[in-house]
Design a protein. Sequence first.
Length: 145
Amino acid sequence: MCLLALVTSWAWLLVPLTYGFVARVASGPTLSPLGQFATRVSGPRLVAWQRFVPGPPKRFAQAIGAVLTSAASVTWFVVGWSAARWILIPLVIAASLEGFFGYCLGCTIFGWLIRAQLIPESVCADCGDLSKRYAAAGYSVTAEN
């Protein structure tokens, strides 16, 4: 959607983009239409490709998206679209890394912040062991897998 906004200059797409990021930060996928689509429709169909990650790094990445889209929205209203679109470019890059390569840039930054002790390790107790997440989804996690 971000790329569509950049290519078409449809600045109004910032409104649902910003809402989606803020909703996912506030409640995970519950209040986000795109989050619901990902968890109920596309995710189950991509089971072989699906990778489980702990919630806090993903939520941190969503918060970065919320900050960027909020900044772009404010810039759009105050300065105009030509300035706001530049704020979206890092978001397109990060989303492309996630979508095409499964690399979550925000999650990596989250890990760096934990290692730098700027975020306490207790914030993400699940980060070291994802076996509970896989088990809850019905996957067996053993040494043979």
